[in-house]
Design a protein. Structure first.
Length: 289
């Protein structure tokens, strides 16, 4: 019996959250085409034969002068030392620069290099990319192609991870798919709905706090506050005749209901906290950094 923690590392939009959701066969992590959508670590628990693999979805590695982004990257780098195995994701379209930057961080734990989105190119492109990474083979334990659309890629990846996991009793009940607080997942789904319904910089100046959750027999009641930087952003989030916040609520309820398999009542409030995303203390308070 093996059990251990695996940090999923990579640049923004490399497919880290999509990988986690695919391995779980359940959506628990935020997925968006926008950069830096993942702000907080989300854990997913995968049982692979007799072994338990706890995946940690982390914010994307990137360079930024913004305090929020710097703290996100620091959190991702810290997770590289708090795990047993690192899975580094690089899309089939990326050059090797991102992987070289990862190596420059001097990771101390064994890592597997995963090439994502291989379904988007022909086999010769995949083979060429594998060949390109071959000069780094002394650094990685294994190189594994992966596609979230094809389940055939999942077993080889889980097999390689299981090989290097430590012998250890299960950390969590094998029936669990996550040990992340349910409120944090609800929070992420509401933030995803904000990303999908608002453009430009507004989502990056916003965050979500869950005020309370009331579980009833046939419905989950969620009361949440969207925090934003300015009154003008508040107006955009609410929208004309409250149409935008209504769309956000509809999208978020659907995401949450798909996970909980229950009806969801969601009450959203919008609160202006000027400059919150530049206040390190507030960011840490909101995100448990």
């Amino acid at each position: 019996m093996k059990s251990g923690f695996v940090s999923i590392i990579g640049r923004t939009n490399a497919g880290k959250s999509s990988l986690l959701n695919a391995l779980l066969n359940e959506k628990i992590a935020i997925v968006s085409h926008k950069q830096n959508a993942t702000r907080r670590k989300i854990n997913g628990i995968v049982m692979h034969e007799e072994d338990q693999i706890i995946f940690i979805d982390t914010p994307g590695l990137h360079q930024s002068d913004k305090i929020l982004n710097k703290l996100m990257v620091e959190d991702a780098i810290k997770s590289m030392g708090d795990c047993d195995v690192i899975v580094f994701l690089s899309t089939i379209h990326d050059d090797i620069n991102d992987y070289e930057k990862f190596l420059s961080l001097n990771p101390q734990k064994p890592h597997i290099l995963v090439l994502t989105k291989v379904d988007e190119v022909k086999n010769d492109k995949v083979l060429a990319k594998i060949s390109e990474y071959s000069k780094f083979q002394s650094h990685f334990v294994a190189l594994v192609p992966f596609s979230v659309k094809s389940k055939s890629y999942q077993k080889p990846l889980l097999d390689e991870i299981a090989k290097i996991l430590p012998e250890h009793p299960y950390f969590f009940d094998p029936e669990f798919i996550t040990n992340t607080n349910e409120k944090e997942i609800f929070r992420e789904f509401i933030l995803e709905a904000i990303y999908e319904n608002l453009s430009d910089e507004i989502p990056y100046g916003s965050d979500v706090l869950i005020d309370k959750v009331i579980e009833k027999r046939d419905i989950t009641e969620i009361y949440a506050t969207i925090i934003t930087d300015t009154n003008s952003h508040k107006g955009i989030i609410i929208g004309k005749n409250a149409q935008t916040i209504k769309r956000i609520g509809i999208n978020a309820r659907k995401l949450i209901s798909n996970l909980t398999q229950k009806k969801v009542f969601l009450k959203l409030n919008v609160l202006v906290k000027k400059g919150w995303s530049k206040d390190e203390n507030l960011i840490k308070k909101f995100n448990n950094y």
